[in-house]
Design a binder for this molecule. Structure first.
Ligand SMILES: Nc1ncnc2c1ncn2[C@@H]1O[C@H](COP(=O)(O)OP(=O)(O)OP(=O)(O)O)[C@@H](O)[C@H]1O
Ligand SMILES: O=C(O)[C@@H](O)C(=O)CO
Length: 430
C-alpha cells in the first residue's frame, strides 16, 4: 500500500463488510459522499500505512461461513478499526439481508455490540439507489417484497421471509424491535429516543424503516450516537453525510491518476442472479462468451484447462467472458445431485484458479460478478487493498490495487448493474 506523507488522523468511520463486493459498494458510497476511503481485503496488519483517509472498509468473506468463524473475523476487524481511532463501526451486510437462520448477521452483530458495550444497535438494509426500502420492518426489492423477489431462489441463502424483525430475531441471542417510518420522519432525536426506549425494554437490535435517502440521513445521524450499527450502503450514506456535516472528509485523490494499466481484459461470472444472467446475454454481442459445463467442471480439471486454452487463444483480440451462471432450475438440479456447498465451492475454486491463470497470461483488467465468487478470486490472487475509481453502476466502482503491479477490478454484487454492465465496466477500465 502506498505510504502516507503525514500521520493519519483517527478514522471517522470504521466498516466491517461481510463480502468483498459489498465492501466495494460501501467504499464507493462513502467516497461519493465525501469520505476518503480505502478498502482492505481481510484484517490488515497493525503496521499498515494508510494514505490520509476518513474511512476504512475491511472486507471479509464471512457471509456464508460458519457463524463462529464470522464472529471471530468480524471482532478482529472491529478491534483493528477501533485501534485506528474509529468511534463508530458499521457492520455492512447485503441490501437484501442475505443470511440464514444460523446467521451470520445476528451472531456478528451480537458480538460487535457486546464488544462496544452498546445496549442496542440500529439495523437497516435500505438502499434507495438500488430500490431496497424497508417499511414496517418489511424489506422490498423495488416494488416486490423480499420473499417474492428473485432472492427467494438465491443459491446459498434463499430469502423466504420479508419481515426483518423476525429474520433477525431468529438469528440473534436478543430480541429485536422496530423503528417505524413515522418515527423516522420525526427526525434524529425521535429515532434516538425510540432506540433508548427499545433498549430499556431489553431489545438488542432495532430494524429501522427507510424509503428515501433523507430517511437514511436521519438514521445515520441517530446511529452516530452509538458505537455500532448494521446496514447496507444506504446507512453508509447516512453516516457519511452526518460525518461530512460535522467537518470530516475531503475530496479523494484520483485513484486512476496513474498510468493506464493496459494488459488484457476478462470477465468471470459466478453469480446466478437474474441481473447477471441478463448481463451475460447482453455481453455476448460484444465479447467472446464461454458457459462452463458444471458437471464436467466437477468431474476433474479438464473443463477448466479447456476453458483456459479457449480464453488464452482469444485474449489478444479483446475481452472474454467465462460464466458458470445458470438459471434457478439448473442450479437446483446441480445442488440436489452434489450438495449446495460442494457445487458452490467447486465453481468458486475453478473461477479463482482461472483468474490466476488469466493473470499469468497478462490479464490486468478483470470484472467479476458475484460476491462469493469475487471473494474467491480476490483471495486467490492475493490482493490486499483497493483504491476507489469511477462508478460503473450504482454500488459498483472501478477498483485499483494499492501497491505492486497495478490491476483494475470491478467486483459486482449479483443483483447490481444494468444489462450493459460488462461493456460499461470495461469501457471505464483502461
Ligand atoms: N451453475 C451453478 N450451479 C450451482 N451453483 C453455482 C453455479 N454457478 C455458480 N454457483 C455458485 O453460486 C454462488 C453464487 O454466489 P455469488 O455470491 O458469487 O453470487 P450472488 O449471490 O449472485 O452475488 P451477491 O452475493 O453479490 O449478491 C457461488 O457459490 C457460486 O459458486
Ligand atoms: O448491499 C448489497 O446489495 C451489496 O453490496 C451486496 O452486499 C451484495 O452481495
Amino acid at each position: 500500500m502506498s505510504a502516507s506523507q503525514s500521520p493519519s488522523r483517527a478514522l471517522a468511520l470504521g466498516c466491517v463488510a461481510d463480502d468483498y463486493t459489498g465492501a466495494s459498494d460501501l467504499a464507493n458510497t462513502l467516497t461519493k459522499a465525501g469520505l476518503r476511503t480505502v478498502q482492505t481485503i481481510g484484517v490488515p496488519a497493525d503496521d499498515l500505512v494508510l494514505p490520509e483517509v476518513d474511512a476504512v472498509v475491511v472486507a471479509l468473506k464471512s457471509r456464508s461461513v460458519a457463524p463462529g468463524e464470522a464472529v471471530a473475523r468480524s471482532r478482529e476487524a472491529d478491534a483493528w478499526l477501533r485501534r485506528r481511532g474509529a468511534n463508530h463501526v458499521l457492520f455492512k451486510v447485503c441490501s437484501t439481508f442475505d443470511s440464514t437462520d444460523a446467521g451470520n448477521i445476528g451472531p456478528v452483530l451480537d458480538a460487535l455490540r457486546a464488544d462496544a458495550a452498546e445496549p442496542i444497535a440500529l439495523v437497516t438494509p435500505a438502499f434507495p439507489e438500488t430500490g431496497r426500502s424497508v417499511c414496517q420492518g418489511h424489506l422490498f426489492v423495488g416494488a416486490t417484497l423480499l420473499a417474492e423477489s428473485p432472492l427467494k431462489d438465491h443459491p446459498l441463502n434463499p430469502m423466504r421471509d420479508s419481515n426483518l424483525v423476525r429474520v433477525l430475531a431468529r438469528q440473534s441471542a436478543g430480541t429485536v424491535g422496530l423503528v417505524d417510518i413515522a418515527t423516522v420522519a420525526k427526525g434524529p432525536e425521535a429515532v434516538a429516543a425510540r432506540l433508548d426506549a427499545l433498549a430499556a425494554d431489553g431489545h438488542g437490535a432495532a430494524i429501522a424503516d427507510a424509503i428515501f435517502e433523507s430517511d437514511l440521513e436521519i438514521l445515520g445521524r441517530a446511529a452516530l450516537g452509538h458505537r455500532v450499527s448494521c446496514g447496507a450502503s444506504g446507512l453508509g450514506l447516512g453516516l457519511a453525510r452526518a460525518l461530512v456535516a460535522d467537518g470530516r472528509g475531503a475530496p479523494a485523490a484520483d485513484a486512476m491518476a496513474g498510468e493506464p494499466v493496459g494488459g488484457h481484459a476478462a470477465c468471470l461470472a459466478g453469480s446466478c442472479s437474474q441481473a447477471t444472467l441478463a448481463q451475460i446475454e447482453a455481453a455476448a454481442a460484444h465479447m467472446a462468451v464461454l458457459h462452463l459445463d458444471i458437471e464436467k467442471l466437477m468431474a476433474g480439471p479438464a473443463e477448466r484447462e479447456a476453458t483456459l486454452a479457449w480464453a488464452a487463444s482469444r485474449l489478444a483480440d479483446g475481452p472474454v467472458l467465462i460464466a458458470s451462471s445458470a438459471a434457478p432450475d439448473a442450479v437446483r438440479a446441480l445442488q440436489a445431485k452434489h450438495g449446495v456447498a460442494a457445487v458452490g465451492h467447486a465453481v468458486e475454486a475453478a473461477l479463482a484458479q482461472l483468474a490466476a491463470d488469466l493473470f499469468a497470461r497478462g490479464v490486468r483488467r478483470l470484472v467479476v460478478a458475484g460476491g462469493e465468487t469475487s471473494g474467491a478470486v480476490v483471495d486467490h490472487l492475493g490482493l490486499k487493498a483497493f483504491l476507489l475509481g469511477p462508478e460503473i453502476a450504482a454500488g459498483v466502482p472501478v477498483l485499483r490495487t494499492a501497491g505492486g503491479d497495478p490491476m483494475l477490478l470491478a467486483l459486482k454484487s449479483g443483483n447490481f448493474g444494468g444489462r450493459d454492465f460488462f461493456l460499461r465496466a470495461l469501457d471505464l477500465m483502461r
